[in-house]
Design a protein around this ligand. Structure first.
Ligand SMILES: Cc1cc2nc3c(=O)[nH]c(=O)nc-3n(C[C@H](O)[C@H](O)[C@H](O)COP(=O)(O)OP(=O)(O)OC[C@H]3O[C@@H](n4cnc5c(N)ncnc54)[C@H](O)[C@@H]3O)c2cc1C
Length: 464
């Protein structure tokens, strides 16, 4: 049996980091991927969705030219945006990506890996020994038990980017991050989009005020959404889907299901290795270590975050921990903050506590909020929509930040840095921001906080 220092099962963002870093550390590494290197993110997730949103944004910009004193002579025709997306994605995946891992042994598209015992993994009838094993198998789309759904050719993120053309009418079940990104991309490229969503508002994990800003933008753009609504049944006749809800039956040319994620657990045979898991994820400790000390579970499969950057971070730290056997505080998962973003226009980004979460936790806090429209750069470049909102206190501690608006996904990094390193509002204020960058809005929040402290008579304590 061939023996390895490290076996990595699944080569999405988490697995790629583990394989790449493992070989740099001089380990003898086997990487196993049953589909394509890059995982959901590169092949059918983050990257194609953002490529499509970019094209959709370009098309939308031509629709609003008159707001900027410009006029197009002739039409902008939507020709083959999805083919362009596929071309861009394939330039980053496939052979070119495989080559980056030339120092490792790779088993690609040979089938799924299955545990035989706690040190042995089998692929395609052949057994491999691993001293250390990283499980990074991620998730796949969760399909809800809706009557008739399994009988119709619905889309998920796995096949939506393979469409040959933009459908005239698209119904999306689910208004979470994936649902809203796809809704705006397809709508701006010409689809009449309807979202049927069970939550009280779109993007239910996000701050409700930020979600309201997104909903207003969607309404203006003609994206129809039904919150608090579930689909009763689905059927297909000729080329049309019929989606039955209490609000009536929607007729559509394509149906996209974006109702959540399910872990890739079944084929792993974790019982053979004695690894504990439940229906949602593999159980891990704060170092992403399973109950079997040489087996780690990193990325989406441990159910903590379902975000690419978190998956990569976990893989890096867990490998450092596994190699050093040093349980450093820095490596402990509860000691790092995780930002997230939804890449619609306006974008929504969050780190730490939202206002609703801070209330639920009974935290003593107040909110400092600055609207984009108060800043000349934003107002004069058509980025009027949105706000930066920070959950803070008289000490200037940053408990959380919500940004909705242009470049929110970039601007959230500053608050992430602040939270990670215990920087306070005065630290943000004392950091100069290039004028007129949008990130100056972050500094304006800190200035507003400082003014509240001055009003409260705390000037002397601010000067340190
Ligand atoms: C449409 C969409 C958009 C997204 N956008 C963003 C975004 O903008 N930002 C963000 O941070 N996140 C985004 N995500 C989430 C992101 O894709 C995931 O968090 C990320 O891919 C998780 O990485 P991972 O390595 O844990 O798992 P995955 O990327 O899921 O990779 C796991 C790999 O393991 C393989 N595998 C599974 N079981 C086995 C087995 N038994 N044997 C061998 N191989 C196996 C799978 O084939 C897969 O390639 C998006 C997801 C989707 C679907």
């Amino acid at each position: 049996m061939k023996k390895y220092d490290l076996i990595v099962i699944g080569m999405g963002p988490a697995g790629m980091v583990a394989v790449g870093m493992g070989t740099k550390l001089g380990l003898n590494v086997l990487g196993i991927e049953m589909k394509s290197i890059g995982g959901e993110c590169l092949n059918v997730g983050c990257i194609p969705s953002k490529a499509m949103l970019k094209i959709a944004q370009m098309k939308y910009n031509t629709d609003i030219l008159s707001d900027f004193g410009l006029k197009l002579n002739g039409n902008v025709e939507v020709v083959n945006p999805l083919e362009t997306v596929r071309k861009h994605v394939s330039s980053q995946t496939g052979e070119s990506l495989n080559k980056k891992f030339s120092k490792a042994d790779l088993l690609l598209e040979k089938g799924s890996a299955t545990f035989v015992d706690e040190h042995t993994v089998e692929v395609d009838g052949i057994k491999y020994h691993g001293d250390l094993i990283f499980i990074a198998t991620g998730t796949h789309p969760m399909i809800p038990p809706i009557e008739g759904l399994s009988d119709v050719p619905y889309l998920t993120n796995v096949n939506v980017f393979s469409l040959k053309e933009i459908p005239n009418r698209l119904t999306i079940i689910g208004g979470g991050a994936i649902g809203v990104e796809m809704a705006q991309a397809f709508s701006r490229l010409g689809s009449k989009v309807t979202i049927v969503h069970m939550g009280k508002h779109l993007v239910p994990s996000e701050d409700s005020e930020a979600a309201a800003v997104l909903e207003e933008s969607f309404s203006k753009e003609g994206i129809v959404f039904y919150n608090d609504e579930s689909v009763e049944s689905v059927s297909k006749e000729s080329n049309e889907f019929f989606i039955k809800t209490t609000k009536g039956t929607f007729v559509s040319d394509q149906l996209l299901v974006a109702t959540g994620r399910k872990p890739y657990l079944d084929s792993l045979n974790l019982d053979a290795a004695g690894v504990r898991y439940d229906k949602e994820h593999i159980n891990v400790d704060e170092f992403n270590r399973t109950n079997v000390s040489h087996i780690y579970a990193v990325g989406d499969i441990n159910g903590k975050w379902l975000l690419t950057h978190a998956a990569m971070h976990q893989a890096m730290l867990s490998l450092m921990q596994a190699m050093s056997q040093k349980e450093s505080k820095m490596l402990n998962r509860s000691n790092y903050v995780v930002p997230r973003a939804i890449f619609t226009n306006p974008e929504i980004a969050q780190v730490g506590l939202s206002e609703n979460e801070a209330k639920k936790e009974g935290l003593e806090f107040f909110v400092v909020k600055v609207k984009y429209e108060t800043y000349a750069r934003a107002a004069t470049t058509g980025s009027l929509v949105g706000f930066v909102k920070v959950i803070t206190d008289d000490e200037g501690t940053v408990h959380g930040a919500t940004i909705v608006g242009e470049q929110a996904s970039e601007m959230i990094s500053e608050w992430t840095l602040a939270m990670q390193h215990n920087l306070k509002m005065m630290d943000i204020l004392m950091t100069q921001h290039a004028f007129p960058s949008l990130s100056l809005l972050n500094r304006n929040v800190a200035e507003k906080w400082m003014m509240t402290q001055v009003t409260k008579g705390n000037l002397a304590s601010l000067l340190g």
